[in-house]
Write a new protein. Structure first.
Length: 288
């Protein structure tokens, strides 16, 4: 079994207060895949075969949040940075859980070269995992995301776009442009196109005429401002049909429909990230 829609995925996962129906096969130990229900500790993600085993585990598990450094907090939302080498068990368990909902994911156990950024929601019981993305510590292809997932109970609430935005904020702190590892899933492509479109349109709409002249901006400048790789900027402009050829040069044209659609989308958008460099260097509570 390689991870496509296979028949042997009949068990459910119990994660905290949620019961999840896996979409795809995940290579949990063979003796557990035949169980009708697989129980997971929502804090360390350890998998167990029965509710009794889970209850016994919870009396010993001291975690109430993902391991690693909390690098961002705003309201009830927190992000934790986890080193795949230092926290191998957690990282492997996270990959196994993610594979239940990602068709093409192939990373399960070799987590050493990766960092994992886990988004959580906080309440009186602890920090509950909402989703995550992973990235290579050193990427020759300028990938700023290897895998990205919002867990099903939290989908369609804007969290996927927050994960994407956070990955680009990291790229800005690093002074790089980034792009997600290809190919993207269908849902991933929709989420990224939406984020790229809103981010680029926001910049274009903020341009002001200079001494009565038509405002100008280059694709390289858009890439530098957003940390979105140039190829993704170009593909987004083409997708939005904004590039036109006029009198020997390419110009960007914003129609009223595009402007109206963007303004409506921004009204629904979740709170934005505002990060400082210290959040990623000292890890001493520089929350914004």
């Amino acid at each position: 079994m390689t991870g496509s829609l296979v028949s042997d995925r009949s068990h459910d996962d119990i994660l905290g207060r949620h019961r999840l129906k896996p979409w795809y096969f995940s290579p949990y130990p063979q003796e557990l895949t035949s169980l009708p229900i697989l129980y997971l500790c929502e804090f360390c993600l350890k998998y167990l075969k029965s509710l009794k085993c889970l209850q016994r585990h919870l009396t010993k598990c001291n975690l109430r949040h993902p391991p690693g450094n909390e690098i961002y907090r705003k309201g009830t939302i927190s992000f934790f940075e986890i080193d795949g080498r230092k926290n191998k068990n957690y990282s492997q368990n996270l990959c196994l859980l993610a594979k239940c909902f990602l068709d093409h994911k192939t990373l399960y156990y070799d987590t050493d070269p990766f960092l994992f950024y886990v988004m959580t929601e906080y309440d009186s019981k602890g920090f509950h995992i909402v989703g995550y993305f992973s990235k290579e510590k050193e990427s020759t292809e300028d990938y700023n995301v290897a895998c990205i997932l919002t867990l099903p109970p939290y989908q369609r609430r804007g969290y996927g776009k927050l994960l994407i935005e956070f990955s680009y904020e990291l790229s800005k702190v690093e002074g790089k442009t980034g792009t997600p590892e290809k190919p993207l899933s269908d849902l991933g492509l929709l989420s990224y196109r939406s984020y790229w479109s809103q981010t680029i349109l926001e910049i274009l709409m903020d341009l002001k005429p200079d001494n009565g002249e038509r405002p100008q901006i280059t694709i390289n400048e858009i890439s530098e401002i957003t940390s979105v790789k140039k190829e993704d900027v170009i593909s987004t402009l083409q997708y939005l049909n904004l590039i036109n050829y006029y009198k020997g040069q390419y110009i960007l044209t914003l129609s009223e429909d595009i402007v109206d659609g963007h303004e409506k989308a921004m009204q629904k958008r979740q709170p934005r990230f505002f990060l400082c460099v210290l959040c990623f260097t000292c890890h001493k509570g520089c929350w914004i």
